[in-house]
Write a protein of this length. Structure first.
Length: 297
């Protein structure tokens, strides 16, 4: 038995086929001029009536449109149920007490924090793309494969013992380590002075800590921001400095203190991951709404 949706979709095509058949028959019959003059108005009114009384129905562009729209609607309902309007304390405290000003444009991946420090302009940027690109299990694939081979070997079976107590303990420790792991958030810190160029610091915010990876200097501040592909390409030709880890340890410590005085602190390291989660949820919800509106249009 055809569903109502199938009948609705087949109705316009049926009318089209009947009308085409009627036109073909009238062409083959070729009536005389007398018959044509008397029969033509009747035929014209029938065709007009057939098309004018048929209700217009917008058929979907594809068969999957309605199912996709329904699925998107269920995802939106789920997001509305699980989302919380309560802002985490770490985010609220940082925005209220930090000297940084937040710049977050809806629909954009990057978030910016800016502040003044003396004659310096400091910009800290991070992106929610880190959440999408993070693969927590990729780094442990080789280790897990090696551990499986070791456990299957005679030496591995001897180490685990008859009851396998040691293996269970190791499993509990590994599970604890996985739960403690957090998504590392990349930070791009730029410190500018008028007419003096800029420092560009690449760091990671993870587990409440700021870990500096690179400490660059550019005479042209544009090279530190890398806002366009041309600027990024030009910056690659400039020697920015040696790797941070190769510097003298005392120099590394002093550079980290230099950043702390400018607000690159533990509070920032806690704020960034929590705010990234909030923004990712908002952007995903907006994406679902936009895609559904497009499919339904």
């Amino acid at each position: 038995m055809l569903s109502l949706r199938a009948v609705a979709r087949s109705a316009p095509r049926t009318v089209s086929r009947l009308s085409s058949a009627a036109l073909r028959q009238s062409t083959v019959a070729r009536p005389s001029s007398v018959l044509k003059s008397s029969w033509a108005p009747l035929r014209s009114s029938q065709l007009t009536s057939a098309f004018s009384t048929t209700p217009f129905r917008r058929a979907p562009a594809g068969q999957a449109d309605e199912e996709l729209s329904s699925k998107l609607e269920s995802e939106l309902q789920f997001e509305n149920e699980v989302k919380s309007d309560e802002v985490p304390a770490s985010v609220k405290d940082f925005l209220e007490n930090s000297p940084f000003k937040l710049k977050d444009v809806p629909g954009k991946e990057d978030v910016f924090l800016t502040r003044k420090f003396g004659n310096e302009t400091i910009t800290v940027s991070f992106s929610i793309s880190d959440l999408a690109n993070y693969e927590p299990e990729s780094d442990n694939l080789e280790d897990s494969a090696l551990s499986d081979e070791e456990l299957n070997s005679p030496e591995g079976q001897e180490l685990t013992g008859e009851d396998g107590e040691e293996g269970e303990n190791e499993g509990e420790e590994n599970e604890g380590e996985e739960n403690e792991g957090a998504v590392p958030c990349r930070l791009n810190v730029v410190v500018e002075k008028p007419g003096k160029g800029a420092l560009n610091i690449e760091a990671l915010a993870q587990d409440g800590q700021i870990m500096v990876e690179n400490f660059y200097y550019f005479q042209d501040p544009k090279h530190a921001h890398s806002e366009t592909a041309e600027v990024t390409h030009a910056a690659q030709d400039v020697f920015p400095g040696p790797p941070f880890g190769s510097l003298d340890e005392d120099l590394q410590v002093l550079m980290e203190r230099y950043l702390e005085e400018r607000g690159i602190t533990q509070a920032l390291a806690i704020f960034v991951p929590d705010y990234m989660d909030l923004k990712e949820q908002k952007e995903y919800h907006a994406w679902l709404k936009n895609v559904k509106a497009f499919i339904d249009a």
